[in-house]
Design a protein around this ligand. Sequence first.
Ligand SMILES: Cc1cc2nc3c(=O)[nH]c(=O)nc-3n(C[C@H](O)[C@H](O)[C@H](O)COP(=O)(O)O)c2cc1C
Length: 360
Amino acid sequence: MATLFSPLTIGDLKLSNRIVMAPMTRRRALHGKIPGELTALYYAQRASAALIISESTEVDPHSGIAIPTRPGLTNGAQEAGWRQVTDAVHGAGGTIFVQLSHMGRTAHPSQLLDGRQPVGPSALAGTGTIYTANGPEPYVTPRALETPEISTIVSEFAAASARAKSAGFDGIEIHGANGYLIDQFLRDGSNIRTDTYGGSVENRARFLLEIIDAIKLYWPVNRLGVRLSPTNPYQGMSDSDPIRHFAEIAGLLDPLGLAYLHMVEPPVQLEGYPVTAAAIRAAFKGPLIRAGGFKRADADNVLAAGKADLVALGEAFIANPDLPERWRLRAPLNAADKATFYTQGPKGYTDYPSLELVED
Ligand SMILES: Cc1cc2nc3c(=O)[nH]c(=O)nc-3n(C[C@H](O)[C@H](O)[C@H](O)COP(=O)(O)O)c2cc1C
């Protein structure tokens, strides 16, 4: 029976426990969307995670620098910035995958080069607001991608994955969750295309599967993970039948030999939201990471019951750089300060104390 502290081997990757650091945007990249020294320190402090998954990192070369806070991986300077991070994490004994993402319809013209219109599978806007230089602005209606343009974006994912290799990452997580471009293709509330990328589940998953195929030119597939969030309504996302559709998507991913499938879904059923975890677990036989508001007891339970192989923690890792050690000792946890999730500088980023510091 797996516990939080059982080691796990995925391909040739040896993980020392089951506690993954979830991907988290912290908006602290330097001008040019380049991760700096502080980011290297932040991740190195958290190297005792079984696996660190980096913050969402942009593959779109048209993503401008108007708000220099989310990092990218589209040029040499960004690659060099990430190299500092991977060196620091490896120096501290950790393992780190980069989460590669394209914002699609959730981008804002003011954040794209030449103020261009964001793109999506269909001309349907997300709901909510995006933080811009002028404060929060509503999402704009995207331009539906022409069929031949889709292969260009597939190549952008592949190019970023090649840079990730040069930057020293241990693997790639493809961000197919939380309302970004791949998720916009996967769910039928945002994808009403009538070409080979819309309609059936197989068609809606085609973009994701083509990205996996393209990245395989640079990475062994067992260093490639995929994150999905079948029911997360964030950014106006919806699907007419998430249990059936996402089980089918998981079934398409199952034979590929991925490092893992990472799903975001709360451990307890929220009113009005179907639970997809069991159907996905049945359809996907490889390593499964669960995330989404897990507490220690939830994590113990899903691992013991074989409902997941790893659990990913977000906020708890922001506030507790040594989370695995604290859980092992059943020590108290620091509380996360939401006010500093997305601010600049070390406050709320690299200044959370680890246990030794508390004891001194
Ligand atoms: C500050 C913050 C930033 C996040 N950024 C990302 C992101 O870049 N990519 C992603 O897939 N999820 C992101 N998430 C979601 C987390 O990965 C995780 O699924 C979520 O926080 C639920 O887990 P938790 O309750 O353990 O924090 C973010 C969450 C937080 C709190």
